[in-house]
Write a new protein. Structure first.
Length: 347
């Protein structure tokens, strides 16, 4: 081969690899969230993911869609982003079982899927990023049990358990953690409910029925997130129950933080979604670069990274939420909550 031929071949190969690298740098990534029942996706998850992607891959295009708790709509969105050229899809599934088919479709076209927040048990995604959901359920249940014991509630007293959506595998993990936390507590579960679509009105309706059924025998409520917990609190208030029995939560929404400050909700879970969103962005960019992300553990045969959240009560809300700048005083301590904030030293 002549020098000129060698040079042409070398140049062509270099151009090919340069073009490939450029394509990866300018790739499309999709961020598909499940519902709008919780404000976290619009307020925290997506902004956190978008900000980290901007840092790691400024030329990348990020497509954001929310399925509004509609499995069929999420499938349409999934197919649409593949058609738009997405090379990595971050998927928080509406229906964890139905999402298995989506993973299979994507992987057959060399599209990577990062399961986000909610796992996909029936089909291994390429990676899973979340907080430890079973750990969350265990933590909120244990926190409530400790509070009941400290408050002098006798063993044998009853609690309600309000789980998340029956189609959400993460809700199942939270449920299992709650069961574990209550198992040897000495307290009995009076009734248990799986909340369709995590919808607070459905949790409220169910709780109202249990208040009619069990009345003062209800000494506490283990609710799987702030929305379902808020629904239970609304039911107690509508029934004229005062004070409201201690109710748990999860997500540290502004509404839940205000309820904790006012004394109507006992706990929540601080899990800054931006942390998980940023981790998902890092994994997405590694996939674009054809790198293998480092797994800290494995869940459902899927390489995973699970973050440990913090339980928040009135005792530590200042340190966990305000001192860490997860929320601001201006956002939370408004109107009727200003006095409660002042009593807790939140200024």
């Amino acid at each position: 081969m002549t020098f000129r031929s060698t040079l042409l071949v070398t140049t062509a190969v270099a151009a090919m690899f340069t073009g490939s690298a450029f394509a990866q740098e300018a790739a499309t990534v999709a961020f598909l969230m499940p519902d709008q029942a919780s404000t976290r996706y619009e307020n925290h998850d997506y902004p956190g993911f978008k900000a980290e992607m901007a840092k790691l891959c400024a030329a990348c295009t990020v497509i954001y869609q929310n399925a509004n708790a509609d499995t069929a709509l999420q499938q349409q969105q999934f197919n649409s982003v593949i058609a738009q050229g997405a090379k990595v899809i971050v998927l928080d599934p509406v229906d964890s079982a139905a999402a298995a088919a989506l993973v299979e479709i994507a992987q057959s076209q060399d599209v990577k899927v990062i399961a986000y927040d909610r796992p996909i048990p029936a089909k291994a995604a390429n990676f899973y990023v979340s907080f430890d959901n079973e750990g969350i359920g265990h933590a909120i249940a244990q926190s409530l049990v400790a509070h009941l014991k400290t408050s002098g509630v006798a063993e044998g007293a009853g609690v309600l358990q309000i789980n998340g959506s029956p189609t959400d595998a993460a809700a199942g993990l939270i449920r299992d953690g709650i069961h574990r936390g209550l198992k040897d507590s000495g307290y009995k579960t009076l009734a248990e409910f799986d909340t369709p679509e995590w919808a607070p009105p459905k949790a409220q309706e169910w709780a109202a029925g249990q208040i009619t059924r069990f009345g003062a025998d209800i000494k506490g409520v283990v609710a799987a997130n702030d929305g379902t917990g808020g629904g239970a609190i609304a039911a107690f208030k509508a029934a004229g129950v005062n004070p409201v029995p201690p109710v748990t939560g999860n997500d540290a929404t502004i509404a839940a933080l205000q309820l904790i400050i006012s004394g109507d909700q006992y706990n929540t879970i601080s899990k800054p979604s931006e942390i998980v969103a940023a981790a998902a962005a890092k994994v997405a960019v590694q996939f674009l670069k054809r790198e293998t992300p480092e797994a800290k553990t494995s869940l459902y045969d899927t390489p995973s990274e699970l973050f440990v959240p913090a339980v928040v009560t009135a005792e530590n809300i200042k340190a966990e939420i305000f001192d860490k700048k997860i929320q601001t005083v201006a956002e939370v301590c408004t109107g009727e909550y200003a006095e409660g904030c002042a009593k807790l030293g939140i200024k």
